[in-house]
Design a protein around this ligand. Structure first.
Ligand code: SAH
Length: 453
C-alpha cells in the first residue's frame, strides 16, 4: 500500500461511521477518520495526521452528499464541542445509536440472541437540557464571555444561543453575562489559576419550571453577591434558589463540595409521572426529563414487578427509579455515594409518602455486601452506574444475591457490555433499548434486561 503523506489531498467513499460520528474512508484496510463526513458520501479530504494504524483527515468537499445530511441549525455547531451530530437527520442519529449497540453486543460480545430495539427518540429533539453549566472567561479585548468550550480545548466560544438547553437558561445566562460586564466581575483564568468566577450553573425543573442559579467561584469571598442577587430577583422574580458554590481546586471538576444558599430555597423540585423529586445543587438528576420518563417506564417494564418484590436501586441518585417502583414493590433499598443525594432521596420518599423504602449512603460495592450480610434477598436489582460501569466486587455479590431479574441502565454501553459478560454465567441478556437522552451528541443511553437462567 502506498504510504500517506501529511497534507495530501485524497478522494474517497465513506464506508463506516465511528461511535464519535466520524466518517471512515479506507485505503486497503487502513482507516482514515474524517469528522463531519457521513456514510456513503464521496468526499475529498486533506490528510492532517498520519499514525501507524490510522490517519485523520479534514473534510474539504462533499462530492456526493448522503441523504442523511442536513444543514446544522446551530451557528456555533462546527466550532462548539457540545454537539457532534447536527449535520445528520435525527432519524440517522437514532439509527447510528442503535447500530452502535448492535456492534457492541451482537458483534463484539457475542450476545447474538439479545433483542436490540429501535432507539427511543424525542418528538422535538431540541431545548431538552434541564441543566446548563457554562464556563466564564475573558476575550482578547477584555470583555467577559461565556459559552461552551471549543472541541477538544478549553477555549470558550462566546454564545448567545444554544439549541439543546432549556430556553429559559439562555435568557438567564445572557442577562448574567451582561451584569458581569457591567460590574466588571473578576473571572477565573485557568492558566494563571487566578480570578473569581469560574462557572455559572443553571438548573430547572422541566415540568415545575422551578429555577436554580449557582455561581461557582474560586475562593469564598464574593463581594458582589448581594448586588447580583438583587438584579437576579428583579429580573426573574419567580426564581426559586440562588446558590454560591466554592471550587478552590485547579481541576476540570465544575463544582466544589461547599455551597451556600444566597437567596430562596436550598433546592428545587420537579415532578416526573406523578412522583415529586427534590433536587439539590450537588445531586445528580437526569438532564433530559422527557426522555427520562420513557427510560424509567421501560426499566419498570423490564423489572416485571409483582407487588411483593424486594427491589434494590443501586447508584440511585435522589432515588428516582426506586421511588417510581415503590408502589409496585414490597420494599425498595437504595444506595448512592453522594450524601446530599441520599438526603434528597429520603425526603423524596417522605414527600411522596412511600414508607416501604430505605436509602443508604455509601459505595454500592460496599453497601451491597452489608445488605447480603443482613440477609436481604432481592427479587429485582436496578443498576445505574456512572460511565466507568460496575466494580467487580459489586457484580460478584450481585451474582451471589441471585435476584430473579436485573435491569441495568447505562450511559456507556461499552462498560455495560463488559459487565454483561460478567453476569452472563447466571443471567440471559434478553433485551436492550437505547433511549436517546442526548440528541445531537454521540452519547448513547441504554436499558438492558437480564433474566435468571
Ligand atoms: N439512578 C439515578 C442516578 C444515576 S447516575 C438516576 O437515574 O437519576 C449514577 C449515580 O451513581 C450518581 O448519582 C453517582 O453519584 C453515583 N455513584 C457513583 N459511583 C458510585 C458508587 N461507587 N456507589 C454508589 N453510587 C455511586
Amino acid at each position: 500500500m502506498k504510504t500517506l503523506q501529511k497534507n495530501e489531498r485524497l478522494e474517497g467513499k465513506v464506508v463506516d461511521l465511528t461511535h464519535e460520528g466520524h466518517g471512515v474512508v479506507k485505503l486497503d484496510r487502513y482507516p482514515i477518520f474524517v469528522p463531519n463526513a457521513l456514510i456513503n458520501e464521496i468526499i475529498t479530504f486533506k490528510v492532517i495526521k498520519v499514525k501507524k494504524n490510522f490517519a485523520i483527515g479534514k473534510l474539504i468537499e462533499i462530492k456526493e452528499p448522503s441523504s442523511d445530511r442536513v444543514e446544522p441549525p446551530c451557528v456555533y455547531y462546527y466550532k462548539c464541542g457540545g454537539c457532534q451530530l447536527q449535520h445528520m437527520t435525527y432519524q440517522a442519529q437514532l439509527n447510528m445509536k442503535k447500530e452502535q449497540v448492535i456492534n457492541l453486543f451482537h458483534r463484539k460480545a457475542g450476545f447474538k440472541d439479545t433483542i436490540i430495539h429501535d432507539t427511543v427518540g424525542m418528538e422535538h429533539p431540541w431545548y431538552y437540557r434541564n441543566k446548563t453549566q457554562v464556563p466564564v472567561g475573558k476575550n482578547q479585548e477584555g470583555k467577559i464571555i461565556s459559552g461552551f468550550y471549543r472541541q477538544r480545548s478549553h477555549d470558550i466560544i462566546d454564545m448567545d444561543e444554544c439549541l439543546i438547553q432549556d430556553q429559559l437558561h439562555q435568557q438567564v445566562m445572557n442577562q448574567i453575562k451582561a451584569w458581569f460586564n457591567e460590574l466588571n466581575i473578576s473571572v477565573y483564568n485557568e492558566h494563571k489559576k487566578q480570578g473569581l468566577m469560574r462557572h455559572v450553573v443553571v438548573r430547572t425543573g422541566h415540568y415545575s419550571r422551578e429555577l436554580m442559579v449557582i455561581f461557582v467561584t474560586n475562593g469564598k469571598k464574593f463581594k458582589q453577591s448581594d448586588l447580583l442577587v438583587q438584579k437576579m430577583v428583579d429580573a426573574f422574580p419567580y426564581i426559586t434558589s440562588i446558590k454560591h458554590n466554592i471550587n478552590n481546586t485547579h481541576s476540570n471538576v465544575i463544582m466544589g463540595s461547599e455551597s451556600y444558599t444566597l437567596y430562596g430555597k436550598d433546592a428545587i423540585h420537579d415532578t416526573l409521572s406523578d412522583v415529586t423529586f427534590k433536587i439539590s445543587d450537588q445531586s445528580f438528576y437526569q438532564i433530559n426529563s422527557i426522555q427520562t420518563e420513557k427510560l424509567y417506564q421501560r426499566a419498570i417494564e423490564y423489572a416485571e414487578l409483582n407487588g411483593e418484590d424486594i427491589v434494590l436501586d443501586t447508584y440511585c441518585g435522589i432515588g428516582t427509579i426506586g421511588l417510581y417502583m415503590a408502589p409496585q414493590a414490597k420494599h425498595v433499598y437504595g444506595v448512592e455515594v453522594v450524601s446530599e443525594a441520599i438526603e434528597d432521596a429520603k425526603q423524596n420518599a417522605t414527600i411522596n409518602q412511600y414508607e416501604n423504602t430505605t436509602f443508604v449512603c455509601g459505595k454500592a460495592e460496599e453497601v451491597i455486601l452489608k445488605w447480603k450480610a443482613q440477609g436481604i434477598k432481592p427479587d429485582v436489582v436496578m443498576v445505574d452506574p456512572p460511565r466507568k460501569g460496575c466494580d467487580d466486587t459489586f457484580l460478584e455479590t450481585l451474582l451471589e444475591l441471585n435476584p430473579r431479574k436485573i435491569v441495568y441502565i447505562s450511559c456507556n454501553p461499552s462498560t455495560q457490555q463488559r459487565d454483561a459478560q460478567h453476569l452472563a454465567k447466571q443471567y440471559k441478556l434478553t433485551q436492550i433499548t437505547p433511549v436517546d437522552m442526548f440528541p445531537h451528541t454521540t452519547h448513547v443511553e441504554t436499558v438492558a434486561q437480564f433474566e435468571h437462567i
